[in-house]
Design a protein around this ligand. Structure first.
Ligand code: SER
Length: 318
């Protein structure tokens, strides 16, 4: 049964995912029941106008507790994170925000007996020793980025808090997210969003990954669906806390070719930088059969329909 009376706290509401997840949650659970928080980046107007908005530093445990107490929060989405490429520039800060932020949330969640916590892991939890094709849910996790290290540690913490404290935390290893509302910041998969903006505005794009680099991706409407489906999944069917997940795998060359069908003048060149090594350490395709079997994961978009939708939305706006 869906619990339609949730009181949800979203930490990291201004980010690429948070800025679209908050409106999706408010649509489902009601504007007043979804508390959007942020710290550095201003929140989008749509979020400010549709429900409560609060300043929150995820490193400040007492402030998290205060919001939980005042708003009678029972559900937390912890989305604040420093991504892979930025994490390589400021690894100690990435450790601090990603892991100390997470353990704060877990500690407060267990002491306030929070009903459910959703926290995304990432394909960055995998590394060069992981099989790269059809990567299984249970496999080698030896990432080479600080971001990946924080995700592996976070996954272990999730299992630990579930087993030791019975905290119902759930996680998915998100692939690259393609979205039209807020640009991603500092990730290795960001090219797959930037390419649309540049194709529409300037008809050309210089890609920081090689043409044949294949990575798993997910379109934002499917990402929102995933977050809500995971939140509402029946706990008795879940055999683990962390799930592989994927939408569409494609190479930089394949997405460029798909965009060219809509914008024939579009030109792309490839100038790989330090992010190529990160991409080369991640899977190309993901086996997400556990998510499909245990909570019915089933994405809707393929490369063609995602590209069409992105171009429709961005052409109107830009
Ligand atoms: N999109 C993320 C990144 O590129 C992967 O989780 O860092």
């Amino acid at each position: 049964m869906m619990n339609m009376s949730r009181k949800i706290l979203v930490i990291g509401s201004a980010g690429q995912i948070g800025s679209e997840l908050v409106p999706a949650l408010r649509k489902k659970y009601g504007g007043e029941n979804v508390i959007a928080t942020g710290r550095r980046t201003p929140l989008p107007d749509a979020i400010k106008k549709s429900g409560p908005v609060i300043y929150l530093d995820a490193l400040d445990k007492n402030s998290i507790a205060k919001i939980i107490f005042e708003y009678e929060i029972d559900t937390i989405f912890h989305m604040a994170s420093i991504l892979s490429a930025t994490g390589e520039k400021i690894p100690q800060t990435a450790w601090d925000i990603n892991l100390n932020g997470l353990i704060n949330v877990l500690e407060v969640a267990r002491s306030y007996k929070i009903d459910r916590v959703i926290w995304p892991s990432s394909i960055a939890a995998f590394g060069p020793t992981t099989p790269r094709e059809n990567t299984p849910n249970i496999t080698v996790l030896q990432p080479t980025t600080m971001y990946g290290i924080t995700k592996v540690a976070g996954e272990l913490l999730a299992e630990y808090y579930y087993n030791k404290y019975n905290l119902d935390i759930r996680s998915v290893r998100l692939p690259g997210i393609i979205s039209s509302e807020t640009l991603p910041g500092g990730g290795t998969t960001d090219y797959a969003v930037e390419i649309f903006y540049e194709a529409i505005k300037n008809k050309q794009y210089t890609c920081f990954l090689k043409e044949d680099t294949v990575l798993p991706m997910l379109y934002m409407p499917d990402c929102n669906k995933c977050m809500i489906d995971l939140l509402e999944a029946d706990n008795s069917k879940l055999k683990r806390r962390v799930y592989n997940l994927t939408g569409i795998s494609f190479s930089a060359g394949e997405i460029a070719a798909e965009i060219k069908k809509h914008i024939p003048e579009f030109k792309i060149e490839y100038k790989p930088d330090f992010r190529q090594a990160i991409a080369d350490s991640w899977p190309k395709t993901i086996d997400d059969s556990f998510a499909r079997e245990e909570w019915g994961w089933n994405p809707e978009y393929d490369l063609e329909s995602m590209t069409q939708d992105m171009i429709d939305i961005l052409s109107k706006r830009l």
